[in-house]
Design a protein around this ligand. Sequence first.
Ligand code: NAD
Length: 492
Amino acid sequence: MKTNMNRRNFLMTAGATAGFAIASGYSPFSYAQNEKVRVGCIGTGGQGTFHIRDGLTGTPDIEIVAVCDVFLPHQREAIKLAQLANAGITITPEKRLTDEEKQMASAATRPNAYYDYKEMLEKEELDAVVIATPLATHFPITMDCLNAGKWVFCEKTLVKTIEEGRDLITRCHELGRWVQVGHQRRYNPKYNMAMGLAYDDNMIGRITHITAQWHRNHYWRRVLPKDYVLNDEEKKFITDLEHHLNWRIYADSSEGLFTELATHQTDISNWFLKKVPSRVHAFGGLDYWRDGRTTDDNILLAFEYEESSNDPGFMPIDQRSQFQKLRELSKPYTVRSVYSSILANAKRGASELIQGDRGTFELTEGKCLMFGEDVVTQKDEGQSAEEMAAATTAGSTRQVSTEELLNGKELLADVALLTPDVYQFRAFANCIKNGGVPRSNQMVGFTTAITAIAAIKSRREGGVVEIDPSWYSFDFEVPSFYDFGKWEEEIS
Ligand SMILES: NC(=O)c1ccc[n+]([C@@H]2O[C@H](COP(=O)([O-])OP(=O)(O)OC[C@H]3O[C@@H](n4cnc5c(N)ncnc54)[C@H](O)[C@@H]3O)[C@@H](O)[C@H]2O)c1
């Protein structure tokens, strides 16, 4: 947005008193219809440049006016891609720009580049920032940006300790601000459709189990650029380039699979169960890629989620046998969720299986399937011995009967969709311009981070770790961590 010098101060002041107003959908600053949200991108490595190329290019309401990275090659790449994004030009490795596109790109805003995000915050008039830096930096950078009056998008995993999470949530409350977190499945129309089918249409019944995994057969290590010599600016931030580029496999800068892969999917368990788990037992080890890394290369996590009748994720069940007492049907129950992530076998890839007593969702970012179950009900009463024998042998133990149930129905198979990254950044711009609270807000980021924090504690100390609800309870109103949207509205 083109504004005067006082605008940044105005946003800070407005934000400081706007807690209730924002929660009820009021925007403290009104944007003209065609005004763009001015964004600075902090951290423009793999995911940061993906956002520029994909989500931000697909969001016409956003203009990238600055980029920041402590590593010059990533900074340079970001400048080029951001200028194309500002011109609305999508680029792929194979694509050659036409002359017209080259002209459009050179006429578009070329972002200023920085090594130090604090200098960027000081010098640029930004409305918002997109943070895609390593885990250990999420909390300090997010807090500095919030304190500078910016709307924040920060990549997952949002925080690495309970204390950080609580401070961040409290600061959002004090400032009347939110932080959107990069759990992009929350904006995937297919996942939202599945949530609607589960909760509005009761299509899969009570969710009784969740199984998820992210399996790869990959070293997960980056190669150093040949003969690269750090310049004086880079040296202020980077002491060891190998460690800097491979931050995700070292325990002092990342928690490896726990925070880089598992939270994508424990987030889905929390969302579909509308709950934070009560406890976790985690196992893990470094058993294959013994190449100097200090994070595990295989992890196995078991969570328990407890549902009571006043919980939003509680689902009653029908009586399916005369031996089930009616008063037992609405009693609290526990859902168990099992997760594995491995780096030495890719079978089954990345997916989540949401299993209910009437059906199942098999979810991946590209393809979501729904399967039905044969709901077998025991009709013993009044049956003769012959009838009971016939029922037992003629399929009462059968689980799946028709082709459709067996092969699954693909959700939104015939609808052309954009990528989830575009949906999440359109939602980000929309919340800033029109005053909503993002679905993937700071409470989503924090409650999901808790699954990793507790699992890491279990892995280190051994045994089951109890997740204390006081970790994520506050004496002020916080945004919901389990809302979903109507898929029709998502794609409109
Ligand atoms: N949502 C997703 O699907 C998804 C996918 C991949 C990565 N991520 C997340 O994105 C984040 C970045 O991951 P990545 O794969 O892009 O890592 P990366 O190493 O490719 O990029 C990180 C960038 O941040 C820069 N950087 C580090 N410290 C900085 C600082 N203080 N100021 C400015 N720049 C700094 C680095 O130089 C690097 O260019 C991580 O939190 C990761 O978990 C999310």
